[in-house]
Design a binder for this molecule. Structure first.
Ligand SMILES: NC(=O)c1ccc[n+]([C@@H]2O[C@H](COP(=O)([O-])OP(=O)(O)OC[C@H]3O[C@@H](n4cnc5c(N)ncnc54)[C@H](OP(=O)(O)O)[C@@H]3O)[C@@H](O)[C@H]2O)c1
Length: 316
């Protein structure tokens, strides 16, 4: 069964009234204006999860790391046409201009879209973070950002608490709706929770079958912090595993769809990246099948502890 985490107190099934039912992608006749060569918009495909600030996040989103700024608008528009409503970018990715343009071009009202961006460690500190956020907001061309994250704790810089206080201010000013962190180990979260006011809504960490992040997830469950998976396909590298081919054949889907489904069924927010239109659509077409307990256990067995990126204590 699918679970949404709400305030770390209850685990609510995805079919309760806090979570939209997943829907199959289809053309939304009311907003489609193909005759004018304008955007083709579809219904949203993803369920939403409720965060600890009572706002919702689409559980499936599009990652845009390593997508060039001048390609990002087309990619984001393709994704929104395919039913995505959630895009994950960062100052570091250098594509906030293209992401904002793709959102506008899609024709989907701003309030129906969800965009995340992140403050990079060179901008840590209270005033620097406020300035960095304003830069991101202007590049995106938006009045507000749905979710703003500290990209890495960068513990040797010693500034993540000050940075977090800037995020708290941005939230109370209304220019950011929800605030969270990325790449925080539980010891970073311990400090944040002990010394600041607002509990992060989410912790975005490297998470895939090789690295299931059980400790971070349990901590999130206990403290009302959703877990979001970056590199959910291990940058595509996990997909060559023959066991995933077997499961893919069993469900008549692709190995990537199996892995995305493994994330979704565990209540994890998942943001696979692709620039390839067929893959963008395929990665969103994951609500018409269900992995059983044996399938999930077989994928769990792939755990090796291997990271594709840096350990958060080492990235400063
Ligand atoms: N917070 C952080 O520190 C952090 C770090 C890394 C990433 N992220 C976020 O997480 C997002 C996802 O992570 P990621 O981009 O590193 O890796 P990923 O989503 O695990 O994998 C992306 C790779 O898989 C390929 N792929 C996608 N769908 C596929 C499919 N259906 N079949 C076969 N191959 C497929 C893509 O190829 P094509 O693009 O060529 O189709 C690309 O090479 C990023 O884009 C970014 O938004 C955050």
């Amino acid at each position: 069964m699918l679970f949404a985490r709400v305030h770390g107190i209850t685990a609510a099934p995805l079919n309760d009234d806090r979570v939209d039912e997943p829907r199959a992608p289809r053309v939304h006749s009311g907003r489609s204006n193909q005759a004018n060569n304008g955007p083709m918009t579809t219904e949203p495909v993803s369920p939403v999860l409720t965060m600890n600030d009572a706002r919702v996040i689409p559980q499936l989103g599009l990652g845009v790391y390593k997508i060039a700024d001048d390609q990002a608008a087309d990619v984001v528009q393709t994704a929104i046409d395919a039913g995505y409503r959630h895009v994950d970018t960062a100052t570091l990715y250098g594509n906030e201009v293209g992401v904002g343009e793709g959102m506008r071009r899609s024709g989907v009202p701003r309030e129906e879209l969800f965009v995340t961006t992140k403050v990079w460690q060179d901008d840590h500190g209270f005033e620097n973070t406020l300035r960095a956020f304003e830069g991101s907001r202007q590049k995106l061309g938006l009045d507000f950002v749905d979710l703003y994250l500290i990209h890495w704790p960068a513990p040797k810089r010693g500034l993540y608490l000050e940075t977090w206080r800037a995020l708290e201010k941005l939230r109370s000013d209304g220019v950011v709706r929800s605030i969270g962190v990325s790449n925080f180990h539980t010891h970073h979260l311990d400090r944040l929770l002990a010394e600041t006011e607002v509990v992060p809504v989410i912790n975005q960490v490297e998470l895939h079958p090789w690295l299931p992040q059980r400790e971070v997830r349990a901590y999130g469950d206990a403290n009302g912090i959703l877990t979001e998976a970056w590199s959910p396909l291990a940058r595509g590298r996990v997909l060559g595993n023959p066991m995933l081919d077997t499961l893919a054949a069993k469900h008549s889907v692709s190995p990537a769809q199996v892995v995305i489904r493994w994330h979704l069924q565990q209540g994890i927010v998942v943001i696979p990246k692709s620039v390839t239109p067929d893959r963008i659509r395929q990665n969103a077409d994951v609500f018409g099948f269900e992995l059983d307990a044996d399938d999930l256990a077989a994928i769990d067995d792939l755990e090796s502890g291997e990271r594709t990126g840096l350990d958060p204590d080492e990235n400063n």
